[in-house]
Design a protein around this ligand. Structure first.
Ligand code: SF4
Length: 212
């Protein structure tokens, strides 16, 4: 019997080559299938089924996106769907009284989408809460590693799809905290408050050089 320690490890291809590997007829990837399965499992069992998974995603998105990102177009990019489909989802939630349109502070021609009080109330029964609890039950180090892995995978897939990567100011290359008077966004040329620093943003740029 051969010594398992003598078998050289199979080299892992860089993420940039992952697409080529799958096209070459690699066997199914259990991790990829498990991720899709987890996403479906979120809406199974005794969860609130009064909204579709797309409507839940939209409600969650508008509750956690910053003022530069609370538009149907930005949501269509986040949800990887067409502008028309995203717009229909938003309209349906406005019709249910869970979202509302509000005039943009600086641009009267455009509108921002906000979550209503009824929408906030609905989010207290968000089916994603169970998966959130499962993740928070992991030890800190494993949770950080898991987040880092998901972030890397999200970035790699977004590059393959030429799609934006959503993220928060603290990790963004446009965020400038060198002035000492709070954080400044060099992309939108606006000052950022503490709440916005914790919100997700369509203009997020992980690769850009960051000023501190
Ligand atoms: S610093 Fe980055 S994440 Fe924050 S608002 Fe600006 S572009 Fe968005």
């Amino acid at each position: 019997m051969s010594d398992p320690a003598a078998i050289p490890p199979t080299p892992t291809p860089p993420l940039s080559q992952a697409g080529a590997a799958s096209r070459a007829g690699e066997p199914p990837c259990h991790s990829a299938e498990l991720l899709v399965h987890l996403a479906r499992l979120v809406h199974g069992g005794e969860t609130d089924t009064s909204l579709t998974p797309a409507q839940w995603t939209a409600l969650r998105y508008f509750a956690s996106a910053n003022r530069f990102s609370r538009t149907p177009t930005a949501f269509s990019e986040f949800h990887a769907t067409t502008k028309g489909t995203a717009s229909q989802t938003v309209k349906s939630l406005i019709g249910l009284g869970l979202l509302q349109r509000r005039a943009h502070d600086s641009d009267g021609r455009s509108a921002l989408i906000e979550v209503t009080e009824a929408g906030q109330d609905k989010l207290r029964r968000d089916p994603l809460a169970d998966l959130t609890r499962c993740i928070r039950a992991l030890p800190d180090a494993r949770r950080r590693e898991f987040l880092s892995t998901l972030t890397e995978l999200g970035g790699a897939l977004a590059r393959m799809r030429t799609a934006p990567t959503f993220g928060k100011c603290g990790d963004c290359g446009h965020c400038d905290t060198s002035g000492g008077a709070g954080a400044y966004c060099r992309c939108t040329q606006e000052m950022l408050d503490g709440t916005e620093m914790q919100s997700i943003c369509v203009d997020f740029a992980q690769g850009a050089p960051r000023l501190r």
